[in-house]
Design a protein around this ligand. Structure first.
Ligand code: SAH
Length: 395
């Protein structure tokens, strides 16, 4: 068998790797022995030449190596079968597996791989060159384990370009209607795996949507950045009197409208296609008030570089939302930017409450759903924050 390229890491990098962090940055590498070909499997050694693990390399990425295993095992079909079965066992124990995320990349020790299950359809993404090379055998393994009616590829994501991969999407198995009906917390929801965002649906918010229970009975609710209306539908299921769902995407709202009909809620919901920043400002000016406001914006901070701007955006929408919440009402506010830590996010909320002249009480602070596990030594795997606050005027 041909000799694998050897990557030696600096001394202080070993600890994080032993704790489960899979990323080795270019400046954490001491030296490389052998040829470096993007996407290849390499062996990793510590500074005293002991074997640390095996992973894939891409010198064109800042994250030069991503570790697949800390054992001396072959990266072959068996390897992927074992990893995916372990990920599946975890979901079977912890979540409703009718529809769920089966593989959450690095946190399931399969860096760069995402697999979502929507009923009997699987949607996958291979986000790095090293994992994309195994696409065919991963599809075979998924087919053998889950025997799905179909598999769809959503590799139309810009990060693939950095890896030297094309943006593509399409059927990997079967040819089916890309609109799938799933069930979430007892609600019927349509998911468009072909033209929806990311893999079609945000499974990561499932538990946070369920957390609306008890907060919205009889309430007038504003669901901002509603996408296909999932928070709005939950509010209606849990007793909200009226809901307004806002999104800038007409297509998302079209599906949201169909979802409302599917659940028999059309009478109590209205849809507004508008920029959220403008609408919140307008509602405040007009003196419109709500009992509950939900904010679930897209990731404003796409990188560390635009963090400042992103924080201004978060502050602005939160401040505006607090202003239009009735005394004692609730704010459910989310951020899915990986670059915004829970601490930073909470500081932004606090500063917004000061400027809005409101007192906040934290009801609970939540994260992503359990099928998106958080790898303790890999802070990047914690990305979704969801704060539930009671918003009070002078007491
Ligand atoms: N709350 C949703 C997910 C929201 S994803 C759920 O539970 O499924 C973010 C949404 O924000 C997308 O649907 C996107 O179309 C919308 N969006 C992005 N920028 C916006 C803006 N400036 N104003 C209103 N909506 C916006």
């Amino acid at each position: 068998m041909e000799e694998k390229t050897k990557v030696f890491i600096k001394k202080d990098v070993l600890k994080k790797i032993l704790l489960g962090n899979p990323w080795i940055y270019h400046n954490e590498i001491l030296k490389i022995e052998g040829e470096v070909s993007p996407g290849d499997i390499v062996n990793i050694y510590d500074s005293s030449k002991s074997f640390v693990g095996r992973g894939y390399i891409n010198p064109n990425s800042k994250i030069t190596v991503r570790i697949l295993t800390r054992r001396e095992e072959e990266i072959d079909k068996e390897f992927f079968r074992e990893r995916i079965l372990k990920a599946w066992e975890y979901r079977k124990r912890l979540v409703d597996i009718q529809s769920c995320r089966i593989v959450f990349g690095e946190a399931d020790f399969l860096p760069g791989l995402i697999v979502d299950k929507f009923e009997d359809i699987l949607v996958m993404q291979t986000l790095a060159l090293g994992i994309d090379r195994f696409k065919k055998i991963i599809v075979e393994v998924l087919d053998e384990i889950f025997q799905p009616r179909g598999i769809y590829e959503r590799n139309d994501v810009p990060v693939r370009e950095i890896e030297g991969l094309p943006q593509i999407k399409g059927f990997l198995k079967g040819n089916f209607d890309p609109i799938i009906e799933i069930e979430e917390n007892g609600l019927k929801i349509l998911v468009d795996v072909e033209n929806g965002q990311k893999t079609g649906y945000f499974l990561d918010q499932r538990e946070n949507r369920a957390a609306l229970k008890g907060l919205v009975n009889g309430a007038e609710v504003l669901d901002v950045f509603s996408y296909t209306g999932s928070f709005a539908l939950h509010a209606l299921k849990y007793g909200a009197e009226k809901v307004i769902a806002v999104d800038s995407s007409g297509y998302a709202l079209e599906l949201a409208r169909k979802n409302a009909i599917l659940n028999g809620f059309s009478e109590r919901i209205k849809f507004i296609e508008e920029n959220a920043f403008d609408l919140l400002r307008k509602f405040h000016k007009e003196g419109r008030n709500f009992d509950v406001v939900i904010l679930d914006p897209p990731a404003f901070a796409k990188s560390q570089k635009n963090l400042e701007n992103a924080l201004r955006g978060y502050k602005e929408i939160n401040l505006r939302a607090m202003k239009i919440i009735r005394d004692g009402g609730f704010l459910i506010t989310c951020s899915c930017s990986q670059h915004v830590s829970p601490e930073i996010f909470q500081r932004v909320i606090e500063s917004a409450s000061y400027d809005a002249n409101r007192i906040l009480r934290l009801v609970e602070f939540r994260y992503q759903a359990k099928d998106h596990p958080i790898l303790y030594a890999h802070p990047e795997s914690l990305y979704l924050k969801c704060g539930i606050y009671q918003v009070l005027r002078k007491q």
